[in-house]
Design a protein around this ligand. Structure first.
Ligand code: R7I
Ligand code: MG
Ligand code: MG
Length: 308
């Protein structure tokens, strides 16, 4: 079945928000604690519906790409600063970089001072990257370059940037309908040994089929580091045949649930389109000033800016 491109753009952005909102109430919880909230049922009810920093930053990426008809680092950084709402629960590194930018430091310098000058390898650049995966879905070189540059605003560590590029490329491949060949394409795309090893593990685990969640967590990770969460999202997408099953699985692993949910939701939404996302979840999403209606409009504008 051919899913139209506009629906895929909407699916990726709304999918990010849905995964984020499902994971938000249980972020940092163990697998067992998550089960105690959502239960063993196959269908999950979204009770909360508010998104976190993951989606707020994703919105900023989309807004800036649309306004500039492509990447503009200073504008994207300013947009993050303008949209910043501490109640959405930002990672300390991202919050620190945005504060420095607000105080006048340049967009591509502020993040370098984090973590003793190492820069952050958190998943904060990857979790917001869906609009870049969409905008550059047909150009892998531009996608890599812009994924790295957009990461630099908050994440200057190579592992933070590579995780963002990998997540962006997974979204791009999903837009192109490449699920079967996704893993081999990703393995070829990544330039980093840490991610190459993680992708080898993803492949071995997929070949193995049903595997205890504890083993998935041990081998792929469920934490806030990009290399402990981006491969987990890719696995969660590839392992199942629907948006719903993939995102429920991602959140059920516990740990950084909103973020692994958001990233799995982005890839799955880009693959199945908006129609693949359960309506009850979309309707439960907040719909204030920058809620679900706004996110849908952003996806449509991003799609139009791509078509022009
Ligand atoms: O990556 P970031 O924006 O965090 C995103 C997370 C998501 O779960 C969101 O939902 C939100 O809850 O926050 O924020 P960072 O602080 O840059 O990175 C996340 C964490 O990764 C840090 O707080 C550190 O624990 C760890 N980390 C590092 N630790 C040591 N050395 C990241 N980089 C380093 C490092 O270089
Ligand atoms: Mg969050
Ligand atoms: Mg998180």
């Amino acid at each position: 079945m051919k899913i139209d491109l506009k629906s895929k753009f909407t699916g990726a952005l709304i999918g990010t928000a849905v995964g984020d909102a499902l994971g938000a109430p249980v972020e940092g919880w163990s697998m067992e604690q998550v089960r105690s909230v959502y239960g063993e049922r196959k269908r999950w009810k979204m009770s909360y519906g508010r998104y976190t920093d993951d989606t707020e930053l994703m919105i900023g990426v989309a807004e800036s790409l649309i306004r500039n008809k492509g990447f503009n680092g200073a504008d994207m950084a300013r947009t993050f600063v303008r949209n910043y709402d501490a109640k959405r629960g930002y990672g300390p590194g991202s919050a620190g970089a945005l504060k420095r930018i607000k105080e006048g430091e340049s967009w591509d310098e502020a993040s370098k001072k984090l973590f003793g000058g190492e820069g952050s390898y958190g998943n904060g650049a990857a979790m917001r990257i869906a609009p870049i995966g969409l905008f550059y879905y047909d150009n892998a070189d531009a996608l890599r370059e812009i994924a790295y540059k957009s990461s630099q605003i908050t994440h200057s560590h190579d592992l933070g940037k590579e995780g963002a590029a990998l997540q962006a490329f997974a979204v791009a491949l999903a837009v192109r309908g490449q699920k079967e060949s996704m893993l081999s394409e990703l393995k070829e795309f990544t330039q980093n040994d840490v991610y190459k090893e993680k992708l080898r593990r993803v492949e071995a685990l997929l070949d193995k089929g049903a595997t205890p969640k504890k083993e998935i967590i041990a081998k792929l990770g469920n934490g806030m580091a990009a290399f402990d969460s981006v491969p987990t999202a890719i696995y969660s997408f590839l392992r199942f045949d629907s948006f719903e099953d993939s995102v429920i699985y991602a959140v059920s692993l516990g740990g950084d649930t909103d973020t692994i949910g958001a990233m799995t939701g982005a890839i799955s939404g880009a693959y199945y389109g908006k129609g693949g996302i359960p309506n009850e979840w979309i309707e439960q999403l907040e719909d204030g000033e920058k809620g679900r209606s706004y996110i849908k409009r952003l996806a449509e504008e991003l799609y139009r800016s791509k078509e022009l």
